[in-house]
Design a protein around this ligand. Sequence first.
Ligand code: NAP
Length: 287
Amino acid sequence: MWITGATTLCGIVGDPIEHSLSPMMHNVAFETSGLNFVYVPFRLPRGAAEIGARAMRTLGIRGLNVTVPHKVDIMRFLDQVEPSAMRIGAVNTIVSKDGYLCGHNTDAPGFLRGLELHGIEVKDKEVVVLGAGGAARAVAFSLLDRGARLTVLNRNVVKAASLAEDVAVATGARIMHDVLADTALETRLASASLLVNATTGGMHPHWNETPCPRRYLRRDLAVCDIVYNPPQTRLLKDAAASGAVVVNGVEMLVQQGALAFQLWTGTAAPVDVMRSIVCRELGHGSH
Ligand code: NAP
């Protein structure tokens, strides 16, 4: 479809942005759905979040995804932030209704959807989350909403403590936290039924690293790695070799994108098409 005077503009702001798979995923989705929309990557340097929000209003941009380093900074320049995104403390999707900007967090429900598709139930189950960065926050809040009992392990234990405190203030729930090291992995994973990696450990180009040694994995410990490049991280390969159910980060990427698509267009996203284009780009073949 050609870009015309009536084309609706969406995009993504972040820095760096060249590596993003979202432009391809969304442009293929718009084309497949017969929508006169286009999705453009915008490199927006750190500290320029306000300019990004203003540009969205001025240029009549319908929707933006927001990535590193703006997910937190941009919130104060929006007209409204959805309560769930406010609690997480980060926005990854903005919808403009005639210049009125509303921020959402689709990472959290996107992550949960990936678990659901693999039949993983977390209510009243013990779940160990590795990491205390932006993605770990979305993961932690979404798991708590589903009734999981949570432990957060992070290299920098001060960040893990701060996440636990934010959770306690926002929800009243108490979560355990500890340093990401062998002793904590051994004791915390013994009674857990799900392990989620929300660190960058094992991400390209460190594909041979893992945040959790294989000796702590077992058949009845499902593993979700939200790293999507590579789609099959060393952690997931080790878990699959133990006979466990595994969920890769491609599913979360696709599901958060599908939710953003629906917010911008008002129509359901072609999820299968989006998943296959991402898998193809990552050299993974059919998912
Ligand atoms: P971030 O805010 O920079 O946080 C990075 C986290 O990784 C911190 O907890 C850090 O621990 C930890 N870490 C870094 N290197 C490590 C290592 N070698 N071993 C153990 N821990 C390590 O990053 P983020 O935005 O949360 O993203 C985290 C990962 O999630 C990235 O791989 C990103 O691509 C992925 N992600 C995927 C999706 C998706 O849709 N699938 C969405 C969002 C993010 P310290 O605090 O101790 O440094």
